[in-house]
Structures are given as structure tokens and as C-alpha cells.
Design a protein around this ligand. Structure first.
Ligand code: ATP
Length: 333
């Protein structure tokens, strides 16, 4: 069992409190993604699980055991870093088997392990190359293979795809999902990219300023955001938000739920506006519509509307969100 638990954990660097009294259970065997803006404390959480930093107060448990005093090498976790941290003078094979040699695994067993794991991540043809002769994606696979040979019960990944180009990133996302399925091990993955979080996670832990904003399956965060932050962090373009007339309350709707028309629409939300920008993306077009003091982004399949054109913008009642003055989302029946 490799469930991970944070119990009343605070982490401060000097007087800077980065994590504030955090409680979190990460389920065994699940793909959990920690996501949030830069500096919100994601890496700090990961480093506490790995044992690279010790929490200021509270407890960190792995598999039910308090690991506060367990050194990193004995926690059964393996970490994959953004920069891969490969040894440049070693071949792929040597990089992968390095940890095994340190752990005094016999030569035959090392060979068997390296070859089977290289096969799993598609590195077999490159075993004798040095990292400099590999593509970014191949280096990423070496870093993964190096973590895998340790047979950890928890994989920790800190923005492992951020050095790859968009196409390769999309491919590696799928490979990681498949790898997780194959291994059935706990994955904890840190990213600031909500697309990565949405596409890979069983559970998203959305953070801001050292606090958990929402912890739920991707579709739940998308459909039922807990607050304004969650509503605007998940989804591209972000949810449109406007002020309601009274008390600091606000309403919101997703860009894909705005309906544009040249005629007034009989909908609960309906305003007259002007198209100020138009971005054709192929199957979809994104329009920015200015309506009074608000500006809304609308994503739709109609690409025939033009800049400076007057339009009516409507939203169905079931697609509207409402937020109280405390920024919490008010559930609608
Ligand atoms: P990013 O997406 O930019 O990597 P993050 O969410 O992973 O951000 P952390 O690296 O966890 O953020 O950092 C959270 C905060 O803690 C930041 O304000 C950072 O400056 C601070 N911090 C992290 N490590 C240390 C340290 N060793 N000493 C002092 N401050 C630190």
C-alpha cells in the first residue's frame, strides 16, 4: 500500500509560510496531479514526500507509516525531475542501471531489469547512446526508466514534460497514462499546466498560495468548481466572469457555452455586444465580445462573424455559474 497522507502539514522557509496546515490524502495506485500557478507550493509538497525537505510541523505518511524520519532512499519513492538529471558521460544503459549497482543488484539481474524496462519505455535501440545523442523525449524516457528500475511504490514527477515541444508533450502524456495503467503504482505529478492535469489525472489537487482549492476528478472540477479560482484555472480560455449588480456577487459561464447570434435570443442571460477580436483555430473560432464594461471570450464552431460586427450573446440558465462575495461557487439546482 502506498497511499500518501499529509496531516496538518506546515512548511515554512525562514518566515515565509509556503504550506499552511494542509491535510491531504493521496490514494494508492491513482494518478494524482498537483496543479496550480507558479509558486503555489506544488514542488514543496513533492519534496516532502520524497524526503528531500522536512516539514516544519505536521506529519507525512506513506502506506500508513510516518516517514518524517525515514531517509529518501528508504521511502520506496522515485522522483523524475524536469531537467531529467541524467549523467552525461554515461550511456543510457549505465544511467538506468546506476541505482541498481549502488544497491548491489547482481550483474545478470541488472541486465535483465534494464532490458525489460527499456523495452517498456521504447529505449531498446538507444541503450548504448549517451544522453547528448538523444532527443528530449528519449531523455525523458531514460529518466522514467531510471525511476522504474527501483520498483518504487510511488512515482513523483515534477513537471517532467515541460522541456518538450507541444507535439511530443501530447504524445508523452498518453505514454504516461499507459505506463501508469501498466504499473498500477501511485503517481504524483506536479504541473502548472491545466491541460496536463485534465488529461492525465484520476484526481486533481488544485492549489493556490499554499492551500488546496479543490480536490476532485477533472470533470468534477470542470463542472462543479468550488470557487472562482477553480472556475478560472481549469478550462481554456478561462471561464468568463462578470459582476452582478449587488453585493460583490459574480456570475460566470464557460466560453464554449456562449451562444452568438445576429438576432436577440430568448435566454436567461442575453446581452448586445460587439466582436473585438476573432481567432480562427480550425474547427473552432474564439471571439472576444465587448458588452458594456464586460469583455467575454466565446468559443464556437461558427467562423462567419467578423470583427466590429454587432452580435447578441446568450447563455442557457443551466450553463450559468454564480459566486458569492467570498468567491465560493453557489450550487444551482
Ligand atoms: P513552480 O510551478 O514555479 O515550480 P511551485 O508551485 O512548485 O512553483 P514551490 O517550488 O513549491 O512552488 O515554491 C513555493 C514557494 O516556496 C515559493 O514562493 C518559493 O520561493 C518558496 N520556496 C521553495 N523552496 C524554498 C527554499 N528552499 N527556501 C526558501 N523558499 C523556498
Amino acid at each position: 500500500m502506498a497511499a500518501i497522507e499529509f496531516v496538518n502539514v506546515t512548511q515554512a522557509f525562514d518566515k515565509n509560510v509556503v504550506i499552511k496546515d494542509l491535510n491531504l490524502k493521496i490514494e494508492d495506485g491513482k494518478f494524482t496531479v498537483l496543479v496550480g500557478p507558479s509558486g503555489c507550493g506544488k514542488t514543496t509538497l513533492l519534496r516532502m514526500i520524497a524526503g528531500l525537505d522536512r516539514q516544519t510541523s505536521g506529519n507525512v505518511l506513506i502506506g500508513g507509516e510516518d516517514v518524517t524520519d525515514v531517509p529518501p532512499g528508504q521511502r520506496g519513492v522515485a522522483m523524475v525531475f524536469q531537467n531529467y538529471a541524467l549523467y552525461p558521460t554515461m550511456t543510457v544503459r549505465e544511467n538506468i542501471e546506476f541505482g541498481l549497482k549502488n544497491n548491489k543488484v547482481g550483474k545478470e539481474e541488472r541486465k535483465r531489469l534494464v532490458e525489460s524496462i527499456s523495452e517498456t519505455v521504447g529505449l531498446t535501440p538507444y541503450l548504448d547512446r549517451k544522453p547528448a545523442m538523444l532527443s528530449g523525449g528519449q531523455r525523458q524516457r531514460v529518466a522514467l526508466a531510471r525511476a522504474m528500475v527501483k520498483k518504487p511504490s510511488v512515482f513523483l514527477m515534477d513537471e517532467p514534460l515541460s522541456n518538450l515541444d507541444a507535439k511530443l508533450r501530447a504524445q508523452m502524456r498518453i505514454e504516461l497514462i499507459e505506463l501508469h495503467k501498466k504499473l498500477g503504482t501511485t503517481f504524483v505529478y506536479v504541473t502548472h499546466d491545466q491541460v496536463e492535469a485534465m488529461s492525465m489525472a484520476d484526481t486533481i489537487v488544485l492549489m493556490n498560495q499554499g492551500r488546496i482549492q479543490q480536490e476532485a476528478a477533472p470533470e468534477v472540477i470542470y463542472r462543479q468548481p468550488s470557487n472562482l479560482f477553480a472556475a478560472q484555472f481549469i478550462g481554456v480560455p478561462p471561464m468568463n466572469v462578470g459582476d452582478l449588480a449587488h453585493d460583490g456577487a459574480r456570475f460566470g459561464f464557460r466560453p464554449e457555452n456562449g451562444i452568438l447570434s445576429t438576432e436577440r435570443q430568448d435566454l436567461p442571460f442575453s446581452v448586445r455586444g460587439m466582436i473585438v477580436t476573432r481567432e480562427m483555430l480550425g474547427s473552432e473560432t474564439i471571439y472576444q465580445v465587448k458588452a458594456g464594461r464586460h469583455s467575454f471570450m466565446i468559443k464556437c464552431t461558427d467562423d462567419r462573424l467578423a470583427v466590429d460586427q454587432e452580435v447578441f450573446l446568450g447563455v442557457e440558465g443551466s450553463k450559468l455559474f454564480f459566486f458569492g462575495p467570498d468567491e465560493r461557487c453557489i450550487p444551482q439546482e
